[in-house]
Write a protein that binds this ligand. Sequence first.
Ligand SMILES: [Mg+2]
Length: 437
Amino acid sequence: MLHKIINLTVRDVRFPTSVEQHGSDAMHTDPDYSAAYVVLDTDRGLRGFGLTFTLGKGTEIVVCAVEALAALVVGKSLQEIVSDFRGFYRLLTSDGQMRWLGPEKGVTHLATAAVLNAVWDLWARSEGKPLWKLLVDMDPEQIVSCIDFRYITDVLTEKEAVDILVKAQEGKQQREDQMQKEGYPAYTTSCAWLGYPDQQLKQLCTDALKSGWTKFKVKVGADLEDDIRRCRLIRQMIGPNNTLMIDANQRWDVAEAISWVSRLSEFKPLWIEEPTSPDDILGHAAISKALAPLGIGVATGEQCHNRVMFKQFLQASALQFVQIDSCRLGSVNENLAVLLMAHKFQVPVCPHAGGVGLCELVQHLILFDYICVSASLDSRMCEYVDHLHKHFTSPVVIQDAHYMPPKDPGYSCEMLEASVQKHQYPEGDVWKLHMNK
Ligand SMILES: [Mg+2]
């Protein structure tokens, strides 16, 4: 059955999370978790939902970029798109005029992600499957046909990608069954946002331990003495055997990162996340090299523009944990390329999540990674943040600190219409109230 896309709408949806300091870190002190939220309508009534994540101000610019891409989508049928998904990805990212605004980075790439996420959602719904299952059931050639290999063939050819996927067919069913039973391991970032006072941090940590969490991330980078106190507090609470990660959100220069993290090494963090500029591949390599003797890895990726940069991070041994993001890269298509490259370099993928909707989306990708690519859970876990899930029609299900595989058809991006209307910026009730204060 053909599903012709007859309309694309995009809305600016913002949640006033800054009021309670949720999401605060060394660089983003007052984020209002937001999204450019896309809905695709088809002539048969089926709809696709997609989004990209933002921090409040500027969401209107992403909305504008999505509108600029709409003409490339509306009028096409889903079948036309997915029968040459690589070509369609190229159409969106390489338009002869639009690409000047990127290419494949910044606002236009966020917009590309929102649109393509909606297309993938539509595809999964049309097949009646959750997105992860749609991917798991595809044969290796079909998976690979969704990927644009331009600029990465020096590291990963189409044939190598097929070979990786063919090899991972072995044991695939057992891994799928295992995921259905146990879920995918997660860690929590909700306990230790930078703006939380120590008492709140302690309470949240106590609650998380009670709920079975064993891996915790702490925001650092604004003040060293503060970081030492907070890391000591968390380490005392979680004990020596649970896992601690630290995240500086791009705060430091290279030498500063090395000396600062060395001072925090007594708390045995597994990784330092985003120590410096997200674009500085060689800087990350220098930090990786300096911190390796301390047993601390470097994690990055939530603001890595595209597959080309991930390729170079991997080539330069500049990261030890790959943090894909479902809304920063060009949707599933580009994330597939990164999962396969990470596998080739044998670097574990530990996705970035949180914000609004990022947990809902990225869980599908990491399930696919385990079942069909990496076949390993060693040093692997997916970020979890406990905010805003109630606004989604199919919110994430966490059991005993594991993501349970979604069951509903689609990519879990659909928000409750009442939530969208209430939080639409600036006309929603939440913002009218806020502005009158
Ligand atoms: Mg981070």
